[in-house]
Design a binder for this molecule. Structure first.
Ligand code: SF4
Length: 355
């Protein structure tokens, strides 16, 4: 047993947490269902995304793809369009790959064992634990950043949460703490407490149902925990992002590669300025896509921050006389049809420059 659990009243901790959760839980659409597929979709959407942002996407997604079979059979571009704006698009692609496996191997029923569920694409230890506990009432831990924050404070654990060994330690601690009677409320209770009370900055300790168990509070150390070492600073990459229009009022868009960042989404052509240089943009577009342009005025700038990268987009107007190129990544699209294509958020924002 972890030394931090010595002299810790696990049963009282469970009782206080679950009682608080039952009285204070937010009324969220995925909390009204026990369908493991819907809970799965909600958990994937909630990764790196705020609850308020997720709610309308969740409704739309479930209405369009109410079952694993419906999602498995959907067109990938259509799925990406429905996900447009949520970011981290590999989540949507992995989810679709995984539900295809659910349909092919499990008759469309989400599997209920840690081994089968954990083998599905995009289902990591957290998502697996969340689905098993919430949909199937199994006492599996579900440890994310919220849960590590709460437990690091309650149990006064000062290991660096950026390390994977620390995550493993918290998974063991959560497995020892979880209620066998109501694992769903226990896991959701810690997540909810982390979101509403035990927040990263200025936790509301005076209102906290776990205060009497909390060692960080007892020692006035709640703001010092969790310990997290800083990752590498993101690299900023400047691009010229081009709104290229032809004489028929069509805009040039480009499909991104089918792997890597924002795979298979559409965008306005982007030229890496550091590599190519502003003076060579037109030459580069011709060499790369067979596209001849005249570069016009600067329209504005946008910044988009990814986990490891920042795009600095310098947006320019440009014109072309072409209506096609031989490059099958490129399409010429009427302005009114642009909305049918899945764009990353940064390029959706560029639409305002063509009003
Ligand atoms: Fe978090 Fe404060 Fe509650 Fe401890 S007492 S769990 S630090 S909110």
């Amino acid at each position: 047993m972890d030394k931090r659990l010595q002299n810790f009243d696990i049963l009282e901790f469970q009782r206080d947490l679950i009682a608080w959760y039952k009285q204070n839980k937010r009324d969220l659409p995925w909390r009204k269902v026990r369908d493991p597929y819907k809970i799965w979709v909600s958990e994937i959407m909630l990764q790196q995304t705020k609850v308020d942002t997720v709610i309308p996407y969740f409704h739309r997604f479930i209405e369009k793809y109410p079952t694993p079979k419906a999602l498995a059979e959907a067109d990938e571009q259509d799925v990406l369009k429905t996900w447009e704006g949520l970011g981290y698009y590999s989540r949507a692609r992995n989810l679709q790959t995984a539900v295809k496996e659910v349909v092919a191997s499990y008759g469309g029923e989400v599997p209920d064992t840690p081994e089968d569920l954990g083998a599905l694409k995009g289902v990591g230890p957290y998502t697996k634990g969340a689905i098993l506990s919430i949909a199937f009432d199994q006492p599996e831990p579900a440890v994310d950043g919220n849960v590590m924050r709460v437990l690091s404070r309650v149990l006064l654990v000062d290991d660096d949460i950026a390390k994977s060994s620390t995550k493993k330690r918290f998974e063991k601690l959560a497995a020892a703490l979880i209620s066998k009677e109501d694992p769903s409320s226990f896991n959701q209770g810690i997540m909810e407490l982390g979101a509403l009370v035990c927040t990263p900055k200025s936790p509301a300790c005076l209102l906290c149902p776990l205060q009497r168990h909390c060692r960080a509070f007892a020692q006035g150390l709640e703001e010092e925990l969790p310990v997290k070492s800083k990752g590498k600073k993101q690299k900023t990459v400047p691009y010229a992002a081009l709104l290229i229009k032809n004489e028929h009022g069509q805009y040039v868009i480009e499909k991104r590669s089918d792997h890597g960042l924002l795979a298979n989404l559409w965008q306005f052509p982007m030229v890496p300025i550091d590599e190519i240089g502003m003076d060579h943009i037109a030459n580069w577009l011709f060499a790369e896509y067979g596209l001849r342009i005249n570069l016009g005025a600067e329209a504005g700038t946008l910044k988009h921050i990814f986990t490891h990268l920042i795009w600095q987009l310098n947006i320019y107007y440009a014109t072309t006389k072409q209506t096609e190129t031989a490059d099958d990544r490129i399409r010429f699209v009427n302005q009114s049809d642009l909305a049918a294509y899945p764009f990353p958020v940064s390029h959706q924002k560029m639409l305002k420059y063509i009003g």
